[in-house]
Design a protein around this ligand. Structure first.
Ligand SMILES: Nc1ncnc2c1ncn2[C@@H]1O[C@H](COP(=O)(O)OP(=O)(O)OP(=O)(O)O)[C@@H](O)[C@H]1O
Length: 302
């Protein structure tokens, strides 16, 4: 007799300010109809990685599902690094950038169908400063500071983000840095430096039109605007996937990047601020996590 699939659902109860009771109910119904074993773990924000890794050891699941935003995906992805256990995503955060990138549908039923009946897609991750990974987009400069302000605020959503973005743009100063890209050194200054395994933020803003999470490289995107006017002129190209056409945007594909700045800079990884640091070392780990995606989202070079 064929063994039942075993799935651990990691649910972030606070992500996206959404009540997750309906989500849990849908999981129970779906498990009945599809006949799989499941366990639900609700994150607390403290020592979740340790507790989930114990659950993985005890239950040896086939799939671990991240039900939350990009931060929850990042935590689950780190636990499944270079493992044959697949990762599922139930998009339910305030930012679901990775899910959008991988065409994982937002409605719960369709997302559950994808987890059970979709196909595993190997994606790269960027290892950052030994202890962190980025599945999606990480950055230094304006956006990281906006994320930092946003996390301390009680107002969420588009308007919460928008008001902090305007405040940061008004105060933005270029960062001076040296950058070694696959052994080649350049010295520059920029308002923002993005380490991009993917193409677009959860807002839909496309920062890296050539970004593909499974292509074996990541992009370093330098936003070298000279004025606030330049920064504002990026808004339309963000949504027409043409940001790389602007003459103050530079995009480099690489496997390894070492960035050194003269002052501490705020760094955010997949939507979570990790602190203020002067040195960032980033390296691609190819095909490190197998994520369940819809069949139609599987193409060779994405
Ligand atoms: N029960 C909890 N209480 C408070 N924080 C939690 C809890 N569970 C997880 N977290 C925190 O949630 C964050 C991850 O949230 P995630 O990115 O998945 O969703 P999000 O809605 O996009 O988040 P955010 O509200 O920060 O935008 C992590 O910082 C994690 O520590």
């Amino acid at each position: 007799m064929q063994q039942k699939q075993k799935i651990i659902f990691v649910i972030n109860p606070i992500s996206g300010d959404l009540d997750k009771s309906l989500l849990e109910e849908e999981i129970r119904c779906f498990a009945d109809s599809e006949n799989f074993w499941f366990h639900i773990y609700r994150t607390t924000g403290t020592n979740d990685s340790i507790k989930i890794s114990e659950l993985i050891k005890t239950h040896t699941p086939d799939i671990v599902v991240a039900a939350g935003g990009d931060g929850t995906c990042n935590m689950v992805g780190q636990l499944l690094l270079n493992s044959s256990i697949r990762m599922g995503v139930l998009p339910s955060g305030s930012a679901n950038g990775l899910a959008m990138e991988l065409c994982i549908p937002a409605p719960i039923k369709k997302a559950l169908q994808t987890i059970i009946h979709g196909s595993p897609k190997p994606i790269d991750v960027i290892r950052i400063n030994k202890n962190y990974i980025s599945l999606h987009l990480s950055d230094i400069g304006v956006n990281a500071k906006v994320v930092q302000r946003f996390q301390k605020d009680t107002v969420r959503g588009f308007w919460g983000y928008g008001k902090h973005l305007i405040a940061e743009l008004m105060d933005a100063k270029p960062i001076k840095f040296s950058l070694i890209l696959d052994g080649r050194e350049i010295s520059k200054s920029a308002y923002m430096i993005v380490l991009a395994n993917a193409s677009q933020y959860g807002t839909g803003a496309n920062i890296n039109p050539k970004g593909k999470p499974g292509d074996g490289v990541f992009e370093v995107v330098l936003i070298r605007a000279h004025s606030i006017g330049h920064l504002l002129r990026m808004i339309i190209p963000f949504f027409t996937k043409s940001i790389d056409q602007l003459d103050y945007i530079e995009v480099y594909s690489c496997k390894k990047a070492i960035l050194k700045t003269n002052k501490n800079q705020v760094v955010q990884i997949d939507g979570e601020v990790i602190g203020s640091i002067k040195e960032v070392e980033a390296e691609i780990i190819e095909k490190a996590v197998q994520v369940m995606v819809p069949q139609y989202a599987l193409t060779d070079n994405t």
